[in-house]
Write a new protein. Structure first.
Lengths: 209, 209
DNA sequence: GTCTATATAGGGATAGAC
DNA sequence: GTCTATCCCTATATAGAC
């Protein structure tokens, strides 16, 4: 598994002892992303991360104050990518059409940063605990904003359910069931997903309430 | 959060010292389900579980050989409910229509055992590790069978993507985004979901390849 | 079937040298 | 910026009494 946002491979050569200008932090995050995804956050020890990095466990504490801070940093990576899409959300003026545009953006984001989304998918318990415990870090969350919209009584229930489905559909198509479509080109997959979402959010009007 | 399949509440009075004929095992599982869902599997200690039960930590080891065995037992609960739907799968003769029927059954299952699905959703890392480590326990898995179908090259890619989306859609609508529709009656929600899945799997034929 | 007490291990985190 | 060494705590698991 590989982070798409970073050119540097996760387990690479990377000039042992020379790249120390600041890339180390990112290397730690890349390796943590891999290990957290494979083994889960809690089952991954700092020792393992340090092992892959080639240096000792305690060195990590120079870059991160705690293990949880590594988790937080990874979560903030996602948040950053989601921020673009979030800007589009206008709770006051939401409709299936606006939602479709939002989901469309999200498809692009997920395709580009799939590893990051898979990581979140597999470590929901840990990430959500982080949210509860660090409510100071009120980095308004993607899903929180989603929830707001999906519970907005002014939108018809039927539409809201379909919005939730659209969200689930792309997560399902890209992340949920392993990597079943990993061999499909992103552009193809993206197009098929947009098509599907479109059918979901703009259903044929044929005589249903 | 409450397990739907069991009449006994998760944290109840339950005749301390008298119900010892065998209901204790189920009570442990119910409480574990709650705690694992709230705090995550790894962050939940056996001591906490024992505390809620009203007796000591070590007593649990009379019923389960290890903490992991509790996880496994909960996973098997899900598997049992999924088994019905699984029986319907005929890999040799799969089509969007057959899939729709399958998903329809699954909607019912999830609605009935939502807590169990939420638990799995939030503890994927732990459950999937269990799968890898206990491959002897070849209780053929729901998602594994799904994967087989979704990678079957004989089915058009477009259809397979939509199947994955349909799966994701119901998971998204029921489990993924918190409990946004918890106040909606199951029958209403189920109907809306079936409708949405139908549109997804039987798209309007309007001039797309 | 449940208890108390204890063994054992592992992981997060800190101090201080280099 | 990284190392070694160590502290401290928590959690799983076991032994044996009741």
């Amino acid at each position: 598994m590989q982070i798409a946002s970073n050119d540097a491979p996760s387990a690479t050569i990377a000039e042992p002892g020379l790249d120390s200008q600041g890339g180390t932090r990112e290397r730690i995050l890349d390796i943590a992303l891999d290990l957290f995804t494979e083994q889960g956050y809690e089952k991954t020890s700092l020792r393992e991360i340090a092992e892959r990095l080639g240096f000792s466990k305690a060195a990590i504490y120079y870059h991160f104050a705690s293990k949880e801070d590594i988790l937080l940093a990874l979560h903030l990576r996602l948040h950053q990518f989601g921020a673009d899409a979030l800007g589009t959300i206008d709770e006051a003026n939401m409709s299936p059409t606006v939602w479709a545009a939002l989901i469309g953006q999200l498809i692009g984001q997920i395709l580009e940063h799939r590893a990051l989304f898979v990581f979140h998918e597999r470590n929901r318990a840990a990430v959500e605990r982080l949210h509860r415990e660090r409510h100071e870090t009120e980095h308004d969350d993607l899903e929180a904003r989603f929830r707001e919209v999906l519970t907005n009584q002014e939108i018809a229930l039927r539409d809201r359910v379909r919005m939730a489905c659209a969200f689930g559909a792309i997560v399902g198509g890209l992340v949920l069931v392993g990597n079943v479509f990993s061999d499909v080109p992103s552009s193809t997959l993206g197009a098929l997903l947009r098509e599907a979402v479109d059918d979901l959010l703009n259903p044929r009007a044929s005589g249903r309430p």
